[in-house]
Write a protein that binds this ligand. Structure first.
Ligand code: SF4
Length: 660
């Protein structure tokens, strides 16, 4: 029997973690001791002390963050440093502003913690100085840099942007952290990029005369001193990619929402080249080395050549390049590489002759931008190795993008992150299958903590007897199901769709048929606004796509139904999905697509029951969930709700909720 399984049967009753957990729960008004939380915290404590990787599936309601933070605090007391990786910056901020201060207060344990984000999240003092100079000179020229390199196309003669930049400058003067999350406004990305730098642009503290006031450097220094460091998956990916240079040494790692970590790492390992990136470098170059217009001219024509070539290959679709760039695209990328190299040399020469001034900083930041274009074009020109995927795809902003990434995440993590370090890794998520850890290159114990909720009484899973999604009548049938549930529950419904097209057609039909109901639709207003409206109006219903499958929590009757249009299989034409399937071969559907769909479906379903008193229905408008051979592989990943296909039962369950 594995150690985790043994612990599951015979949990030690009074470990140090158990004692601290008891104190923490006692300090929460109406806090309840939960056996599931105790089981998880002890398993994490044991994993850290035995230096054994652990993967924990901990359903909603277990209280996962407290369960892993307590062993991290215990580690701090014995000289360990734990890095906590969250899936988003919002979760980072939540741990730092809620859970960690609470535990420090109530446990009376002397531990230190800090939050660290990527450079572009902090105000850059060098960029601020440059903007101030520009604004002082009426700001007619603008910074005019591009989003790939994070400074953005900022035309300070645009009154709205200029006002936002001024507001940020005011705030920055009094901000202790310079962290964008603390800004009282949500600025346009162009305004923020005028006062910040991306990781590729910062000249480095040793070369920067603003380093002593640099908020990003201060956050790094705080992380060096902290025993618990909270980062997001993107920053951890960058840490791995840069050979472990961004974070302080640590011997314990917790990956929260670990089911998303593989994709985050794939994103961190990817390279992109666009016409916009080359013309951005041309603009940057023009601003620093005005006389060298031949250099920027060649960058612009290389960009146009690249775009024309990508358009010829991909048009409006995505095309994977399984045999490499091909003659024409290789020629375009080579031309770009040569032009970028010339720009780099010209910028380096300019940097040598610049005195100590904001102009020197601008040139040095531009050197970094040119270096990253040179590096990336060289990587694109390299041989397409095993585990790499290359493709061209159309994008909203840049017409086409050439992308290169690695999908051999397990090998990369094994060799670059886990191998040489005495690092113990704990992965956890509400939806984690037993294969997640091995996909991350870890040999880990697997523990599935039971849910503290009674799903059989609290929820019903209803699969209507309708056509499959490929049938022409299916979309109309889905609209009828949604209409039926919204009427029966007087709103209170979250309808989740796998495509924007399906969302729009369903909400349009429902709006015609459900007069007087509040039907909110993603795209009609910013997501946070829609979320607030849904949470604050119990009778509202929300129609949404991808981001709401995971990002919304609405305890109570506000969300009494979650409707999912169909099983969210990964898009088979996605180059990364294709490449992952090729690695697995004939079993790809069962080993790649079905588990991915099951975990995504479980995330959507997980929006329904958030507390022990919540009750409601899940409707999946896809009969394959009740009929297909693979159905049990997916159903096993869902909470143990009562499963029905009988509409009478569903209607009776809804009536029994006794909602007005
Ligand atoms: S070190 Fe200098 S250039 Fe880098 S982020 Fe800090 S202030 Fe900006």
């Amino acid at each position: 029997m594995s150690e985790a399984a043994e612990m599951e049967q015979n949990p030690p009753s009074s470990s140090a973690a158990a004692v601290l957990l008891q104190s923490a729960i006692a300090a929460i008004p109406e806090g309840e001791e939960r056996a599931e939380q105790l089981q998880m915290t002890q398993a994490v404590e044991h994993a850290f002390s035995a230096k054994q990787h652990l993967a924990v599936q901990g359903p909603t309601g277990v209280g996962k963050s407290i369960a892993y933070l307590i062993p991290a605090i215990l580690g701090a007391l014995s000289g360990s440093r734990t890095v906590i990786v969250t899936s988003s910056k919002a979760l980072q901020d939540q741990l730092a502003s809620v859970e960690l201060p609470f535990l420090r207060r109530v446990l009376d344990q002397p531990f230190t913690y800090s939050v660290l984000k990527g450079r572009s999240n902090y105000v850059c003092e060098a960029a601020v100085a440059e903007v101030r100079v520009q604004l002082g000179g009426a700001g007619q020229q603008g910074l005019d840099l591009g989003p790939q390199d994070s400074l953005g196309d900022v035309d300070l003669s645009d009154a709205e942007l200029r006002d936002e930049v001024l507001e940020i400058l005011d705030w920055a003067e009094g901000s202790a952290t310079g962290d964008m999350a603390e800004l009282p406004i949500t600025p346009h990305w162009k305004a923020w990029s005028a006062v910040s730098v991306g990781p590729g642009e910062c000249v480095g503290a040793s070369k920067c005369s603003y380093a002593s006031d640099c908020k990003s450097e201060q956050a790094r220094a705080a992380a060096e001193d902290a025993e618990i460091v909270v980062v997001n998956a993107h920053l951890y990916g960058a840490h791995i990619q840069t050979g472990g240079t961004l974070l302080p040494a640590h011997n314990q790692l917790v990956i929260d929402e670990a089911h998303e970590f593989e994709d985050s790492i794939v994103g961190s390992l990817s390279i992109e080249l666009t016409e916009g990136r080359l013309s951005n470098l041309a603009r940057v170059h023009d601003r620093c080395v005005a006389a060298e217009d031949k250099v920027s001219g060649s960058l612009r024509s290389a960009g146009a050549m690249l775009e024309a070539c990508m358009d010829g290959i991909a048009g409006s679709g995505t095309v994977r390049l399984t045999s490499g760039l091909g003659e024409d695209l290789a020629a375009a990328v080579s031309t770009a590489a040569v032009a970028a190299d010339r720009a780099l040399n010209s910028l380096r020469a300019a940097a040598k002759h610049a005195g100590e001034s904001t102009a020197k900083h601008r040139i040095e930041r531009s050197v970094r931008i040119a270096e990253s274009v040179v590096d990336d074009t060289q990587s694109l020109l390299g041989k397409l190795g095993k585990g790499t995927v290359l493709w061209v795809e159309p994008t909203r902003n840049y017409r086409h993008v050439l992308r290169l990434t690695r999908i051999d995440v397990a090998d990369t993590l094994r060799s670059q992150a886990w191998a040489e370090k005495a690092l113990t890794v704990v992965c956890c998520s509400a939806t984690l299958d037993s294969g997640t850890a091995s996909r991350l290159g870890l040999e880990a114990e697997y523990l599935s903590v039971p849910s503290p909720f009674n799903f059989r009484d609290q929820a019903v899973l209803f699969v209507p007897k309708i056509h499959r999604p490929t049938h022409p009548d299916w979309a109309e049938e889905v609209a009828q199901e949604v209409e039926h549930v919204i009427r029966a529950l007087s709103g209170r419904t979250l309808a989740l769709f796998t495509s924007n097209r399906m969302l729009r057609s369903t909400v349009d039909l429902c709006r015609e048929r459900l007069e007087g109901f509040t039907l909110l639709a993603q795209g009609d207003a910013p997501n946070p606004v829609l979320q607030d409206q849904f949470l604050n109006d119990e009778h509202a219903s929300l129609f949404a796509t991808a981001s709401f499958w995971t990002g919304i929590s609405s305890p109570g009757p506000t969300c009494s139904a979650v409707i999912l249009d169909k099983i969210p299989f990964p898009v088979p034409t996605d180059p990364i999905v294709q490449a992952r399937c090729e690695v697995v071969g004939d079993a790809a559907f069962m080993e790649v697509s079905v588990p991915a769909a099951g975990m995504q479906l479980a995330q959507g379903v997980g929006r329904l029951i958030r507390t022990a008193t919540d009750r409601g229905v899940v409707v999946v408008c896809d009969p394959r969930l009740a009929e297909a051979q693979y159905r049990n592989r997916i159903l096993d990943l869902l909470p143990p709700m009562r499963r029905v296909r009988n509409r009478e039962f569903l209607d009776q369950f809804i009536r029994d909720l006794e909602l007005d």
